[in-house]
Design a protein around this ligand. Structure first.
Ligand SMILES: [Zn+2]
Length: 181
């Protein structure tokens, strides 16, 4: 279990992918939350980079993403969650996410905070590893062809591309992971 603040954008808005990636680098985060009414999904920096390369301009036009479960007072009662201080009930959050087979949850009512043009809100992850992906600084890509984007999976700059042998380099060298710009 991990608890981490990530930028949140409304599906009805228009945020350029470049702006969102810049925000992720500044905030040292690896993903953004998209709100569409009472439905939420998580887009990783790798999803944004892949979409940008495919010609997509706005974050809201990036399809897919990881569904994020909403936990309410009702869940808090049935599973013993502390929605305001999730760290106090780590095991209970892991249990409910296991039970509903989700990796991420947004405790409600959420407590978003806005600085400048960016609003951030707290997301709870099922495992530490899942949290680590969100604590990355922006996104990464590989130096191979076809190019891969991260996270997911979790990578560090300098790693060999974990998607090999899908990608390769003309000179036969091993594709490496580098920070995207
Ligand atoms: Zn690759």
């Amino acid at each position: 279990m991990d608890s981490i603040d990530v930028p949140i954008y409304k599906q009805s808005g228009r945020i350029g992918i470049d702006d969102a990636l810049g925000e992720l680098r500044r905030k040292e985060r690896g993903g953004v939350l998209i709100q569409d009414g009472n439905r939420y999904r998580l887009l990783f920096a790798g999803d944004l980079l892949r979409a940008r390369r495919a010609g997509v301009l706005n974050v809201q036009d990036v399809s897919g993403g990881e569904p994020v479960m909403v936990t309410t007072e009702e869940h808090a009662i049935s599973h013993g969650l502390d929605l305001h201080e999730p760290h106090r009930t780590r095991r209970q959050f892991e249990n409910i996410l296991d039970y509903y087979n989700h990796s991420y949850t947004l405790p409600m009512p959420s407590q978003p905070s806005t600085t400048g043009t960016t609003t951030i809100t707290k997301v709870v992850t099922r495992s530490e590893d899942l949290g680590q992906m969100l604590r990355m600084t922006g996104g990464y890509e590989c130096t191979g062809e076809p190019k891969h984007f991260f996270p997911r999976p979790y990578v560090r700059a300098g790693d060999n591309c974990p998607r090999r042998p899908e990608c390769s380099r003309a000179d036969g060298s091993t594709p490496k992971v580098i920070s995207s710009s």
